[in-house]
Design a protein. Structure first.
Length: 511
């Protein structure tokens, strides 16, 4: 059997083991070591001297020294501590009161609460479960349609993996080697566009058929002063925390890790202010953070070991040649990859898809002239479907676990279908208008001024390139590399916001 055939066998066995229910991270490590022993076998060496063991330990060392991944446990801790701060009920009530004159006010308030809380925590299961305990019974008691109510909770809870600060985007950035800051900026417009489409759909449905969401009783007696008080004490603190964390990242005031540390401290402060902080809740948050962070690290170690052996055996080349042999254009390639990721979302979670399967497509992006930034946002929007699509719609199962007994699982599935349509519509809009992804990064991080400054710096090989200190590449110092230098200048993007953006100017004004 040839090495490429062994690589394909390796991939096939891995898929079989996934469906058999084996732990994915440890399956990746075990198969990587097993097939790596075969790939690097040398009869002159003992088994323990096989190169696969050196590769495995090097991957572990590389993961633990990856600065990008430092922000993951910090954001997780922020989410878990906020989850235990008991602010969800206050947040939902304040929005419900202030939006009471909007059609379907409870559904709109639940959707905004889900989106805001999911953005703060980034943990889909926690958001759907808590909102399923708080908002779902309240909507059913008010006479809301079961399908509409279920769809609002399930769809709103998944927005946290798309709208920054998203842990999934950090994992993709580490996998694809793109800037987390630019990825966050690129995800803002698509994320809020999708949330806006959800809101428009709910309001339109209720306007067309008011019986789906009767107007709640008992809220008209609440005065303006009390409404403002509820908004200030419940909505404003969490919104300010998210805006502070996200703004410090986007405007270059702090790295994602530093902003995540600030967010963790802010989460603790919120818990103290709301009198929900205790030693037991802190222990639970730390334990869950360590557990989830370890899972992500194990997945990275296993994936990098598996993919290294898979590529060494020639499996990556076989897949690449197969796709290139289909003679696809750029849009056909993007549609093909998104269909594959959509199907993979049925049995797998987003972490496995990003860490295991996305690296298979990354080497092909250059051939099809696809920006990894745009590709990552497409995947982030697409993965919303993995939580909403039967038969493995995890958001539906989370909701079913806490829903009243009379609410059937199929009813929840049917409630998710219209919101799936909004996800597909967002993907279509992104295909038709890629500016939805690039507008904010181009506006905030314009490299034109930086390129002009670099042209004024003499190309002296004895002088250290100042960009080296900020992670940039050093100049080649030869006349034959002018084209490469121009490409480097285009790709060397600053993570500091354009000052004209802060003054209300546009990046295009500089051109």
């Amino acid at each position: 059997m040839s090495d490429p055939a062994v690589a394909l066998l390796m991939l096939g066995l891995f898929i079989v083991f996934i469906f058999l229910g084996f732990p994915i991270a440890f399956t990746l490590m075990a198969m990587g070591i097993m097939f790596g022993t075969y790939a690097y076998f040398d009869a002159a060496q003992s088994l323990l001297q096989n190169k696969i063991f050196f590769l495995f330990t090097q991957n572990i060392f590389s993961i633990m020294n990856n600065d990008v991944l430092i922000s993951i446990p910090l954001f997780l801790f922020m989410g878990y501590i906020i989850e235990r701060a008991n602010i969800l009920d206050r947040l939902f009530l304040s929005l419900q009161v202030n939006l009471r004159h909007i059609p379907g006010s409870m559904a709109v308030a639940a959707l905004i609460t889900c989106a805001l809380f999911a953005t703060a925590t980034g943990i889909v299961g926690a958001v759907v479960t808590l909102m399923g305990l708080l908002a779902f019974p309240a909507m059913l008691k008010a006479g809301y349609d079961q399908k509409l109510s279920a769809g609002v909770i399930a769809a709103g809870g998944t927005l946290g993996i798309l709208i920054p600060p998203s842990i999934m985007l950090i994992v993709y950035a580490a996998t694809a080697g793109v800037s987390v800051v630019k990825l966050y900026a690129a995800a803002m417009v698509p994320g809020f566009l999708l949330a806006g489409l959800y809101l428009l759909y709910v309001i339109a449905r209720v306007v067309i058929n008011p019986s789906l969401a009767p107007k709640p009783k008992g809220l008209d007696n609440i005065g303006i002063g009390q409404s403002i008080y509820l908004l200030v004490t419940a909505f404003l603190p969490l919104a300010l925390l998210i805006l502070t964390v996200l703004g410090s990242i986007l405007f270059g005031l702090a790295t994602p890790s530093e902003a995540a540390a600030m967010g963790s401290l802010g989460g603790v402060v919120l818990a103290v202010v709301y009198r929900a902080f205790s030693w037991q809740r802190l222990r639970e948050a730390v334990f869950l953070t360590a557990k989830t962070s370890a899972m992500v690290c194990y997945l990275f170690v296993g994936s990098w070991t598996f993919s290294s052996v898979f590529s060494y055996l020639g499996g990556e080349s076989v897949i690449k040649e197969f796709v290139l042999g289909m003679d696809l254009n750029t849009w056909q390639f993007l549609i093909l990859t998104q269909v594959i990721i959509f199907v993979l979302g049925w049995p797998l979670e987003w972490s496995e898809i990003i860490i295991i399967f996305v690296p298979i497509f990354l080497p092909m992006l250059e051939h099809f002239n696809v920006d990894p930034l745009f590709f990552g946002i497409l995947i982030a929007v697409n993965l919303q479907t993995s939580f909403l699509t039967p038969p493995m719609a995890m958001s539906a199962y989370y909701l079913k676990g806490v829903a009243p007994p009379h609410v059937q699982l199929w009813t929840i599935f049917r409630g998710c279908f219209p919101f799936l349509g909004m996800v597909f519509l967002t993907l279509v809009l992104m295909y038709v208008a890629p500016k939805l992804v690039y507008w904010l990064p181009d506006l905030m991080y314009n490299p034109a001024n930086q390129s002009q400054q670099e042209e004024e710096i003499p190309n002296d090989g004895s002088v250290m390139n100042p960009n080296f200190l900020s992670g940039g590449a050093a100049p080649t110092g030869t006349a034959d590399s002018k084209e490469e230098e121009e490409d480097d200048k285009k790709s060397d993007e600053s993570n500091v916001a354009d000052p004209k953006f802060l003054l209300g100017g546009s990046a295009d004004e500089k051109k």
